[in-house]
Design a protein around this ligand. Structure first.
Ligand code: NIG
Ligand code: FE
Length: 412
């Protein structure tokens, strides 16, 4: 199967295939070709360039992209898209004055989602979850990381991870799986956190390894959840099974969790709504990608990750949705793009880099995804007819993604 896209108004994010992330000032640059073509064969990008050089192809299918922009699909490196039910009551409780932390302390929050997840059967969970996966694919997501962490028992964590595995096997988009058993301390272990960590390490991890259910290990490193010592114990245990760390850190407090992530060669440290100079210094020269989740800041009315400080320090930055029932019931990367520009003062170029190549890096797939490069996977999308790429974040709340191509094939 071969596909040729012609007359592309602007072809965005063209890079050498060796570029796996962009940092600091380089994030201001979004390499673009005007009046371009893109040719794909057997699910890979084979050639691209100016229309004047578009000859010698004999494609099975051609799409005329006159007036439209083509760019790589979004790489959403942080989601909890597999969940049961919803938490709309907590949304109303927050409007009426309760904080996220107060709701969690009353047994709501993550524990509320865990109750619903423990009571749903695997097949129903799969079907509820894939409705969301289909929705985000239509919005342009072509690679997604999905976490467990609403199970909090051996059985329910495995149920979540098996559903993620099934999504991996049944959907054409790239899926990476993260074990987040350490998302909250379950009710039964309220006064026995150590016992729950033992359960994660001694009971959950060996089965996850045996069934090859996860690529990464995550911990909610936060006051009232898992402290630095707990986080280190869990990361070390995961690493013994080959799971690479990716941690939730600095959502509400900063206390050296970023440095801990860097020390354990975390692929990413995510949230960072609070960020100290020490955290920034720890990230310098590391392989760890900072990840901001502006839809979470929007939904919870908490600070936005200080993107400018991060980039001005010469660091890279990725953007992701955090799609989950509690803090971000939205998997729309187009909204993330707008929120990053509007609230975090990222330029459209910086934000598009953060949603594509840097997002791909944060989920370990930037060799194959996140840019237009010869040999990379043909996961690209066409916008509607729009004036220029600035219009994508500018027209917030509007869906300007018209056609999504995954592995060289248009999706319904
Ligand atoms: O990334 N911060 C921890 N976990 C999720 C939200 C969990 C929830 O409220 O269900 C997050 O925001
Ligand atoms: Fe999260």
């Amino acid at each position: 199967m071969s596909l040729l896209i012609t007359n592309i108004k602007q072809l965005l994010q063209i890079r050498d295939s060796e570029v796996l992330k962009v940092s600091g000032k380089d994030m201001k640059v979004l390499p673009t070709i005007n009046d371009a073509f893109l040719y794909m064969e057997e699910g890979r990008i084979v050639a691209f360039g100016s229309m004047e050089n578009c000859n010698g192809f004999n494609p099975d299918k051609t799409i005329d992209a006159t007036g439209k922009i083509v760019l790589p699909t979004w790489c959403d490196s942080h989601t909890h898209i597999v969940y049961a039910g919803n938490r709309s009551q907590e949304f109303v409780d927050r409007i009426n004055g309760l904080s996220y932390t107060e709701i969690a302390n009353r047994g709501g929050g993550i524990l509320n989602s865990a109750k619903m997840l423990q009571n749903i059967d695997e097949d129903k969970l799969y079907h509820e979850s894939i409705a969301r996966v289909k929705q985000v694919m239509q919005l342009g997501t072509g690679a997604i990381e999905i976490k467990s962490g609403y199970g909090l028992t051996v059985e329910a964590e495995l149920k979540m991870l098996r559903v993620i595995k099934r999504i991996k096997e049944t959907f054409p988009i790239k899926v990476k799986s993260t074990f987040l058993g350490a998302h909250a301390i379950p009710e039964d272990y309220r006064n026995n956190k150590e016992g729950y960590i033992d359960l994660i390490i001694n009971d959950m991890l060996p089965i996850i390894d045996k069934e090859q259910l996860a690529d990464y290990i995550d911990v909610f490193c936060e006051k009232g959840y898992f402290n630095l010592e707990d986080t280190e114990r869990i990361l070390k245990a995961g690493k013994r099974y080959g799971l690479i760390p990716k941690i939730h850190v600095n959502q509400f407090n900063t206390f050296d969790g970023v440095a801990l992530g860097v020390k354990h060669k975390a692929l990413s440290v995510d949230h960072l709504e609070e960020l100290s100079q020490e955290d920034i210094d720890a990230l310098k020269g590391s392989i760890t990608m900072p990840v901001a989740l502006p839809s979470c800041s929007f939904f919870l009315s908490i600070p936005y990750t200080p993107a400018r400080r991060i980039m001005e320090a010469g660091l890279p930055l990725a953007l992701a949705t955090d799609y989950n029932p509690g803090s971000t019931p939205s998997g729309n990367m187009n909204f993330v793009l707008s929120a990053a520009c509007i609230k975090m003062k990222m330029t459209p170029e910086e934000a598009i880099n953060a949603c594509t190549i840097n997002g791909a890096y944060a989920m370990g797939v930037s060799k194959d995804y996140g840019s237009i490069a010869v040999g990379k996977k043909a996961n690209v999308m066409l916008t509607k007819s729009i004036p220029n790429y600035n219009y994508l974040p500018y027209a917030f709340g509007e869906n300007n993604i018209e056609t999504v191509i995954i592995n060289g094939k248009t999706t319904a």
